[in-house]
Ligand binder design. Structure first.
Ligand SMILES: [Zn+2]
Length: 275
């Protein structure tokens, strides 16, 4: 009996068990499923789509009385325009939270225009060279009026130059995609930029009383919390002051060969970004 309980204890901490616990966990009700994407309903006029190619890459469909916006397009989702049209009858405008293939891949086939932060056009030649649609540019702190529902645009650079978050003040939540990393941030800009982004978002969270930011990926119950944004401020300051040093990481993606990890958050970067 004792042996069995030790075995169970070991099993509970085995990599497989930990990975299983890290799998995406959703409490929202499923309303649509295809081979490429599952949509779940956050509330009456808001849906979360999850692709299955890059750590449950997210799409968010946000509807007002007059029109809807689709934040991101996933990696490769067949007939995404038709799927979205089955969820909302309102005209849909595509907005990219940033230009990475797991957030803009399907845009190439289904959307004739795409809104984005102009700072991310630097990523278009390498990531979306075949996009023939029209690019339209967002402004920092502009309000997108969907009819009875207002969404505020907040530029949050760090993950990419043009990473952008979207705030629904009245609903008390926002959508930050990869800007704060969903618990595992790939930082491609420097720590001063990340610190400024986290301080800007922390002030908005406190002013508006936001409770959460919906992330770009799910590998656990990892909606961004107000506390996480505060922790990232501390972590960024500690890296900038030299109080915390990163560890070398194997299989570095995007040349980010260092990682700091604290408060349950990881930030991946390289030495040139400590400024
Ligand atoms: Zn990304």
């Amino acid at each position: 009996m004792k042996k069995l309980s030790i075995f169970l204890l070991l099993l509970a901490f085995s990599p497989i068990a930990i990975l299983a616990q890290m799998g995406p966990q959703f409490k929202e009700k499923e309303v649509y499923r295809s081979d490429d994407v599952v949509f779940r309903q956050i509330d009456e006029h808001t849906w979360l789509g999850s692709g299955n190619l890059m750590a449950s890459e997210s799409l968010y469909l946000i509807e007002g009385n007059d029109r809807a916006i689709l934040l991101d397009a996933g990696t490769k989702i067949a007939d995404l325009d038709k799927i979205v049209a089955s969820l909302t009858k309102k005209p849909v405008t595509l907005i990219a939270t940033h230009v990475h293939p797991d957030h803009t891949g399907s845009a190439i086939h289904y959307f004739p225009e795409m809104y984005l932060n102009a700072a991310d056009t630097v990523n278009i030649p390498s990531i979306m060279p075949d996009y023939k649609g029209e690019l339209k540019f967002l402004k920092d702190r502009e309000i997108i009026d969907l009819g009875g529902r207002k969404i505020e645009v907040v530029f949050t650079p760090g993950h990419t130059p043009g990473s952008t978050s979207f705030i629904d003040k009245e609903a008390g939540y926002g959508f930050s995609a990869d800007a704060f990393g969903s618990g595992n941030l790939l930082l491609t800009l420097d720590f001063s930029t990340l610190l400024a982004t986290c301080e800007k978002m922390n002030a908005i969270i406190e002013n508006y009383g936001l409770t959460k930011l919906y992330p770009g990926h799910y590998f656990g119950v990892n909606v961004e919390t107000p506390q996480r944004v505060k922790d990232m401020i501390t972590l960024s300051k500690n890296v900038l002051s030299g109080k915390v040093k990163g560890e070398e990481r194997a299989n570095a993606t995007l040349g980010l060969n260092l990682v700091v990890s604290d408060y349950g958050v990881r930030i991946n970067y390289n030495a040139a970004q400590i400024k």
